[in-house]
Design a protein around this ligand. Sequence first.
Ligand code: ITT
Length: 219
Amino acid sequence: MTELRLLLATTNQGKIREIREALKGLPLKVFDLRDVLRGGSYRERGRTFLENARGKSLYYSRAWDGLTLAEDSGLEIEALHGAPGVHSARFSRPEPSDEKNIRKVLRLLRGVPRPERKARFVCTMVLAKDGKPVREFRGEVRGRIGLEPRGSNGFGYDPVFYYAPKRKTFAELPPGAKNRVSHRGRALRKLKRYLAAAAAAAPAVRLRRVPRRAPSGRR
Ligand code: ITT
């Protein structure tokens, strides 16, 4: 197996923790933007998670010699017509924070009864190399928005994302349990299969590139 070099093109520490944990065991050397970031950073302008994930991944992969993984994710709430969606991180601008984002969601949903508080988390990942997309992965998970924050694990909207099969919010689940069912965990399992196959295939690719002499007498 060949060790691949993977840059996690995100500044979100919650994402970095979850992705690093999920990729343990693969023949990968994992870096994040703190290791490489000099100069500018990417400004999201996309209207979809995929547009933003592609934008980030291609942008950072131009200055990185290994593989680059970016992801765009967020919360879509049915009663808010899909908001905050791609604006999840900055929902409470001008000075957003996880706490303020949660307060805003709870305020907008005040009076909305439990069955109408349906929501989903979506995660789109794009793997890129040398400014070109290599592969895309997606995951989502359905739940509903609780009446108040509960739990202290995770990040972002986890304290108000109630996951019925576990009867807990994502912030009440231990990290491993969240990863097993979350939007990011689902996308990561597909990415993991792809990377494991890529690492296993890499020596063969190199071998194929060794110039071969044409068998004598055939041409
Ligand atoms: P990068 O662009 O640097 O990756 P970001 O936090 O700005 O970091 P996004 O634009 O993808 O990333 O916004 C994702 C937001 O969606 C994130 O900040 C949270 O508010 C929310 N979110 C995504 N996944 C989540 C999760 O697993 N748990 C809770 N909230 C999540």
